[in-house]
Write a protein that binds this ligand. Structure first.
Ligand code: GDP
Length: 433
């Protein structure tokens, strides 16, 4: 079949605004999620896998068969995928790990403009000493410009609170593995269309601002988790530190990670054809890791403007001011630019590792079972042989007995015959006389 010449490029429609700092966050995240379940989505959603930013796709013309004879119609594919994805909605699971009081709940509420921790009860000191780490799951459905996001926040209250923190990391790793296992089971089941994805897509690990670097327990946990989940480090309550202290703490943390050969979530490389503004934003995001954040759920008025901030006797810390904290950078990264990449990495790297392990365990188990069955069947065959030879021996014995009896019978018959003949001869001789 002869190929048609490619259709003329379609005019771009007015790109939709990605929204302001607060209003458009989720919507912009979702625009990066278009066609999210397709790993080869570069052709279908205007967003290539591994790209750092949602690319706006051209809105195709409504086909007009009279005018556009060359128009085939597949340019509407991104729209079709977009419509389908928006209808289905999106899921994202975020795990927050860190000891109590580091500002985790405040930050989550500030990030998603919700109140996930309304009925929270704080343990007292006595309870904390013996406290074990729990896993608490909270889900909220957020909707922005018609796009629905089902956000699950997995909190680990009690993490690092007890004197003995050993079980803290175990609870986290177990939870992550359980979600993978559940997904693996669902995927192998019959109803694969409606699988709920509860896998942890990102783990925000809170580091206290008062240390000099990572503590042993931080390293212990990170070492155990970094191959299972995308870990993003966050320095909580960063308003306790000045600019220089933040910079030093970040440097020491990065050094610690390098010394311990720990690789946290890797930002995908930016494509060379991206515009300069975007490349700059990407560079800034990468340079900010670990994010030093300040959280607040209080809206304050500063110079006639409403800001989310913390009021101190000497002034206001505006959490959304990049000079004061990396809050906006964290939000941009987590929601607007990298949410889909976090999901892709979970699927393509962490879940694949888990799946490969499962499959190898299953095949090893199957091999062992087969070996056992083989051994069993061999031993049962040997037993069968033994049973046969025993029967044979008995049969041979019986045969021998029968043969002996037959011999005896033959001998007796012979004797009788002889006796009979002798008597006959005797009688004959008497007659002769
Ligand atoms: P969590 O136990 O880690 O969830 O911590 P919370 O979010 O409950 O915060 C504990 C306390 O720290 C509360 O009184 C918050 O108001 C306060 N807090 C939260 N975030 C910050 C922050 O960024 N800086 C400061 N100075 N205090 C904060």
């Amino acid at each position: 079949m002869k190929h048609q010449p490619p259709p003329p490029p379609l005019p771009l429609s007015q790109p939709p605004s990605l929204g302001g700092a607060t209003g458009g966050v989720v919507a912009s995240a979702i625009s990066s999620l278009n066609g999210n379940n397709n790993n080869n989505s570069s052709a279908t959603n205007g967003l290539e896998a591994g790209k750092c930013r949602p690319t706006l796709y051209p809105k195709p013309k409504t086909p007009s068969f009279d005018k556009d004879r060359d128009y085939i119609g597949f340019a509407t594919l991104p729209e079709q995928v977009h419509r389908k994805s928006v209808k289905r909605g999106f899921e994202f699971t975020l795990m927050v790990v860190g000891e109590s009081g580091l500002g985790k709940s405040t930050l989550i509420n500030s990030l998603f403009l919700g109140d996930l921790y309304k009925n929270r009860q704080m343990p007292n000191v006595e309870e904390r000493i013996e406290k074990t780490t729990k896993v608490e799951k909270k889900t909220m459905d957020i909707e922005e410009r018609g796009v629905r996001l089902r956000l699950t926040v997995v909190d680990t209250p009690g993490f690092g609170d007890a004197v003995n923190c050993e079980d803290s990391w175990r609870v986290c790793t177990q939870y992550i593995d359980e979600q993978f296992r559940q997904y693996f089971t669902d995927e192998s089941g019959l109803n694969r269309r409606n699988i709920q994805d509860n896998r942890v897509h990102c783990c925000l690990y809170f580091v206290p601002p008062w240390g000099h670097s990572l503590r042993q327990m931080d390293l212990d946990l990170i070492r155990r988790l970094h191959r299972k989940v995308n870990i993003v480090l966050v320095i909580g309550k960063a308003d306790c530190l000045n600019k220089q202290e933040v910079r030093k703490l970040k440097e020491r943390i990065l050094q610690d990670l390098e010394d311990n050969h720990i690789q946290l979530y890797q930002f995908p490389e930016c494509d060379s054809d991206e515009d300069e503004d975007f490349k700059q934003q990407d560079r800034e995001l990468k340079a900010s890791i670990p994010f030093a954040v300040v959280g607040s759920n209080t809206i304050l008025e500063v110079a006639g403007k409403k800001v989310r901030g913390r009021q101190y006797p000497w002034g206001v810390v505006n959490v959304e001011d990049p000079e004061h904290s990396d809050f906006i950078k964290l939000r941009t990264f987590l929601i607007s630019t990298h949410m889909q990449d976090l999901k892709d990495t979970t699927q393509d790297v962490h879940y694949e590792n888990f799946r490969a392990q499962c499959i190898s365990q299953i095949s090893q188990h199957a091999l062992r079972e087969r070996g056992k069955l083989k051994r069993d069947s061999i031993s049962s065959t040997n037993g069968f042989d033994a049973a046969i030879s025993e029967t044979d021996r008995l049969l041979l014995q019986k045969d021998e007995e029968i043969r002996r009896m037959q011999d005896m019978l033959t001998q007796m018959q012979e004797k009788l015959k002889q006796t009979h003949l002798m008597e006959m001869k005797k009688n004959d001789s008497v007659i002769d006389v």
